[in-house]
Design a binder for this molecule. Structure first.
Ligand code: ADP
Length: 781
């Protein structure tokens, strides 16, 4: 991505850019159009052709020296004028057969003419034009070395490297041998973009740069972008001249030429000044890429004047840079193989444990934990609306704030690898400055997309001494034609700085392991959810079957029962049986049949409660309670109870009729199981934003209105709290406290569950009982 900094207009606004004309007016490296510099390095020449007929559209202003014709005399002419008919024929054949799009390839060598040496011709196409570059071959009489054999040997040597350091050391040596330049350094980019010289091969008399760090600004963003697209960048003569294209823009399109892939692309003034300040006279740079990202650079510098690296050598370097990029990843993986295996092994155990224990909580509380295996100070998991922590972590409040901040990180938009890692958290998240001692380093992965659940690892601050090549905070400016401008650094003296608020960096192997763990955890969560859904479906099915059975059984049993009752009654009526004992037994039979009949009625009613469709609507519970009081009052035979509703009840989404049955059942129990001279019942509610903790509410009721019915009755011993909801369970003799079938609370519970609510109670024997419930009715349930 090219960083856009449209702060103020550039001095070349409205006209095509040319380094020669505008280079020194640049005030901000990141605004320089490095891909369309308008100029080539003058050791070579360039022609821009119309592909259809190979007519010259643009020519570098130095063609007279290399091709024997002034640029303006070539325009609109066939390329044949410049390179002869043989050259034209070769070029035609080349474009017809080779894959040239954004891919400069060697076409042929133009034989020497007059005092011009033989020229290597490379060509490619871009944005609808053909670009032809001419450079001296640099070949000597002695003939060409066998580059294929050279590169093959190099690759074999690189494969023998045991560690990453060894691999990079070998790489720098091999590139120095291949190019013959004085110094080759391997730059490694850190997470914040600054570079470190990770390996070096140099002429013995040069000062070592190994271990030095360079600020991110030394290699500006546009230059880094270019290195994601090309494999080699030659600057054979840092102090060399530039040759402008004539005309500066394509006469067919009015557009400047994209020179990203041109070997001759003119180098930015800032870049050449920078190299000159380092006393570098020639350079060649190749990228090291990992998964398409720029991991580092192989920078070759020369100090003894211009050094032209011919096309054939550059092609070998290009090939080698690609091999290095691939092998680098392999070398890194080899180096961390043991660590990687250990991390993966621990994570597998972690998952097996979580699967066994049925929850992610064991990942912080069990052995192993999230922290095991990882070289981190602490880890935290946000799951089920709370933090689970292990090791040294920020406080819960700090974690809450961090979670909020993480929510907005763009990294989590990635569909393939949503992962955020930093070794200097406080720089990006200023509140984290309060806990750098615990979490200067952070790795975060989300476990879900919607309600962000996190897995986090923390690394403490490690105060490090960084050896900078020059003071990175110095930003020298010089007066320019358009005001003061930033100049490249001049001092490369060792500058030591102790860096605070930074942890040891996270290794790629650690981040890969975290990304893999995330996938495993998500799979586990999904499979658990699927299993729960299956269980729920099974449960619903068996509940339905049970209700159906209840209905059939109770319905069919009532018929023979009526027969038994009828015959017992007839026997008694007929007076055939005179024996008092027999008559007593017959009366008992009739009584039992009646009792069984009422039990069957309760069962029938219960099965109906399970099967009917609820009609949910917004219902005024004050009306429902008033109706319930009336219905219960009608059955009451004793003195008037005190029924209090301390504040108006809210509206609820529920089935009005069945909801009334809930209140009727609870209210009649509250009055029935009460031996106080003045019976008192309170019907009230706790709003969602009020304190739910005092009602001992179960999981899942948070955020809902809790209704309650409190009485001053006989109370229920805690050991019976669960039993009283069982079918036909009574705590008293059959006819005590007005009798009953023991089905009331079972039906209440069923009705509340059908409203997706819960019911629970609190009670003190001899003082009274409070039943609580929620109604989480949904429209259409
Ligand atoms: P029933 O009232 O028909 O016995 P319930 O299912 O309504 O059946 O109640 C089950 C048992 O729970 C009752 O027998 C009683 O022992 C106890 N119970 C219910 N409500 C209360 C209450 N408010 N106070 C004391 N005990 C109660």
């Amino acid at each position: 991505m090219i960083r856009t900094t449209p702060v103020r207009p550039t001095p070349w606004d409205g006209q095509p850019y040319s380094i020669k004309r505008h280079g020194v007016t640049i005030t901000n490296c990141d605004s320089e159009p490095v891909q369309t510099p308008g100029c080539v390095q003058a050791h070579g020449a360039m022609l821009v052709l119309r592909p259809a007929d190979l007519t010259v559209l643009q020519a570098s202003e130095n063609t007279d020296r290399l091709l024997g014709h002034r640029a303006d005399t070539l325009l609109n002419k066939s390329v044949q004028v410049a390179i002869g008919s043989d050259g034209e024929a070769r070029l035609k054949a080349f474009f017809a057969t080779e894959p040239t799009d954004r891919n400069p390839l060697y076409a042929f060598t133009l034989p020497p003419r007059n005092d011009v040496p033989p020229l290597d011709v490379t060509a490619h196409t871009v944005d609808g034009v053909a670009v032809v570059e001419f450079e001296a071959t640099g070949r000597t009489e002695a003939g060409e070395p066998d580059y294929y054999a050279l590169v093959k040997k190099t690759v074999t040597r690189l494969q023998s490297a045991k560690t990453l350091q060894q691999f990079c050391d070998l790489t720098s040596d091999e590139f120095r041998t291949l190019t013959g330049l004085d110094r080759v350094v391997i730059y490694k980019f850190h997470a914040d973009g600054h570079g470190e010289v990770f390996a070096e091969s140099k002429r013995a008399d040069l000062d070592p740069w190994l271990g030095l760090h360079y600020p991110a600004g030394d290699i500006p963003e546009p230059a880094r972008e270019v290195f994601k697209q090309i494999w080699v960048r030659p600057t054979p003569d840092v102090a060399g001249e530039l040759a402008e294209l004539v005309p500066l823009t394509n006469p067919d399109t009015g557009r400047p030429l994209t020179m990203t892939h041109c070997a001759l692309r003119g180098a930015s003034v800032m870049y050449t000044e920078y190299l000159e300040n380092m006393k570098v006279t020639a350079g060649l740079t190749m990228p090291i890429r990992r998964d398409g990202e720029l991991w580092g650079l192989i920078a070759c510098h020369h100090y003894a004047g211009p050094k032209h690296v011919p096309y054939q050598v550059r092609a070998a370097c290009e090939f080698l840079a690609q091999v290095v990029s691939l092998q680098y990843q392999a070398a890194e993986e080899r180096e961390h193989l043991v660590y990687r295996l250990k991390l993966d092994g621990t994570h597998q155990q972690l998952l097996a444990q979580a699967a066994r224990d049925g929850g992610l909580a064991s990942m912080t509380e069990g052995r192993p934990s999230l922290l095991d295996g990882m070289a981190a100070g602490g880890a935290a998991l946000y799951h089920h609306d709370r933090w689970w922590r292990v090791g040294t972590t920020p406080s819960e409040a700090q974690l809450d704030a961090l979670g909020e901040w993480l929510n907005d990180r763009p990294e989590f938009a990635s569909p393939t690898r949503p992962l955020y890692a930093t070794d200097s958290l406080a720089q990006q998240c200023p509140p984290a400055a309060a806990f750098t001692d615990v979490a200067s380093g952070l790795v975060a992965v989300p476990l879900s997309r919607l309600n962000r659940n996190w897995m986090l690892w923390f690394r403490p601050e490690t105060i490090q001494t960084v050896n900078w090549g020059g003071n990175p905070h110095e930003k020298p400016t010089v007066p320019g034609p358009h005001g003061p401008r930033l100049t490249p650094r001049r001092s490369f003296e060792l500058f030591q700085e102790s860096v605070r608020g930074r942890s040891l960096p996270w290794l790629a192997v650690e981040l890969d392991a975290v990304a893999r763990l995330r996938m495993l955890v998500m799979e586990l969560v999904v499979s658990r959810a699927e299993r729960l859904a299956d269980l729920n479906a099974d449960l619903t099915h068996s509940n339905e079957q049970l209700d159906a059975f209840n209905y059939v059984a109770s319905h069919d049993l009532k018929e023979p029962l009526r027969g038994i009752h009828k015959y017992a009654h007839q026997l008694l009526e007929d007076a055939v049986i005179v024996d008092q004992d027999h008559r007593r037994k017959l009366s008992g039979l009739m009584r039992l049949a009646l009792r069984m009949d009422s039990l069957l009625d309760s069962l029938l009613h219960f099965s109906r409660v399970g099967r009917v469709a609820l009609v949910t609507e917004w219902t005024d519970l004050n009306e429902v309670v008033a109706e319930s009081i009336e219905m219960v009052d009608a059955r009451r035979s004793e003195g008037p109870p005190e029924i209090v509703v301390p504040r108006p009840l809210p509206h609820a989404l529920c089935d009005r009729v069945w909801c009334r049955e809930i209140f009727v059942n609870l209210l009649s129990n509250a009055l029935k199981y009460n031996d106080k001279p003045q019976k008192r019942v309170e019907v009230g509610f706790i709003a969602p934003d009020e304190d739910h903790s005092r009602s001992g509410c179960p999981e899942g009721s948070a955020g809902h209105t809790i209704y309650y019915m409190r009485d001053n009755g006989i109370g229920i011993p805690a050991r019976h709290f669960e039993q009283i909801f069982k079918m036909f369970k009574r705590l008293h003799g059959r006819d005590d406290y007005g009798g009953g079938t023991g089905a009331g609370l079972t039906i209440v519970q069923k009705l509340i569950e059908r409203h997706h609510g819960r019911v629970w109670l609190d009670s003190t024997v001899a003082e009274g009982t409070t039943f609580y419930f929620t109604l989480q009715g949904r429209v259409g349930t």
